[in-house]
Design a protein around this ligand. Structure first.
Ligand code: FAD
Length: 272
């Protein structure tokens, strides 16, 4: 069962909308005047992009709520969907129903994590799914309504979404779900959402990072042991390191680099 993410659409002219939202805050001009300048071309697309890039570095985030995207997502498990629908602000979900939609094929499509195969348990997993499928179809044949037959369906059962999400919430979802600590399936789905956005609106899509990213919080606030195991932990600082550096500064032991330090770096690996 393949996970698929498509970007269905986005609210027209997201960069112009963002530009005008920010300009309305910072300029004596009315929104009508700002939009007039956008539409008659006196504000160039380059200027709009540059202005937004600077604003995105600040904490003034509410204008980002005025940019909206629609995604179609299919082939994800109910295990993923339980996690996804916990996001509650700035996002709207429509999810395939197990009351109105019966699984019609003689085999239930399902998601199988790779770990089952690695553990040599793929056959047992498949046999269990086949048995669940058999009991589910038997229940339907016996006239049990789909809303009750579904009680035997597992977390592995597939589901589909159409989702509307604003950019502020998309950034927040990426903060949490692109993090190494997020579960693999939702991490994969959010990575595909990011890929779609990068393709469609690179100026905005490129802002989506895990929370430790240089465009987000910038450091890891997860437990130290998890940071040590994280594949990108090497290139992101942990919050405890930041406290240590702060302490060193306070005690005057965080001293500037000297010429001697620089020479040591120059010579490292070149001693022979
Ligand atoms: C790695 C990981 C492990 C998790 N483990 C568990 C678990 O074991 N058990 C479990 O139940 N859940 C778990 N969750 C889910 C988690 O607790 C959240 O429910 C989920 O991530 C949704 O995020 P959010 O609360 O930021 O909601 P969002 O809707 O995405 O929040 C958007 C923003 O609005 C703020 N906000 C939303 N509502 C309010 C409010 N009422 N008042 C003030 N601010 C608000 C949020 O703080 C956030 O900044 C886990 C999530 C992750 C990423």
């Amino acid at each position: 069962m393949a996970l698929e993410v498509i970007l269905i659409d986005w609210a027209r002219d997201p960069l112009q909308k963002l530009y005008a939202a920010y300009r309305t805050c910072y300029s004596p001009k009315t929104p009508g005047e700002v939009w007039g300048e956008i539409q008659d071309g006196s504000i160039s697309p380059e200027k709009i992009r540059g202005f937004i890039a600077e604003r995105l570095k600040t904490g003034h985030a509410s204008p980002l709520e005025q940019v909206v995207f629609w995604f179609g997502i299919s082939g994800v498990s109910r295990s993923l969907s339980h996690q996804f629908v916990r996001h509650r602000i700035g996002i709207s979900f429509e999810q395939q129903s197990q009351r109105y939609v019966k699984f019609k094929e003689d085999r239930l499509e399902y998601v199988r994590p790779k770990t089952w195969e690695k553990a040599g348990l793929a056959d047992e997993y498949d046999r269990l799914m086949a048995e669940v499928t058999r009991v589910y179809f038997r229940a339907l044949e016996k006239g049990i309504p789909a809303e009750d037959a579904r009680f035997v369906l597992p977390n592995a059962a597939p589901t589909n979404f159409q989702v509307m999400v604003n950019f502020t919430e998309m950034l927040h979802i990426a903060d949490l779900r692109l993090c190494w600590r997020a579960q693999w399936e939702i991490r994969h789905m959010v990575a595909l959402m990011r890929r779609e956005l990068v393709r469609a609106v690179p100026e905005l899509g490129g802002q989506l990072q895990p929370k430790c990213g240089d465009r987000r919080m910038g450091y890891c606030d997860e437990p130290l042991d998890e940071w040590k195991r994280c594949p990108i932990g090497k290139v992101r600082p942990h919050k405890e390191q930041l406290f240590e550096i702060l302490e060193q500064h306070r005690h005057g032991s965080a001293v500037p680099l000297t010429e001697k330090d620089i020479r040591e770096v120059e010579d490292a690996g070149n001693e022979g």
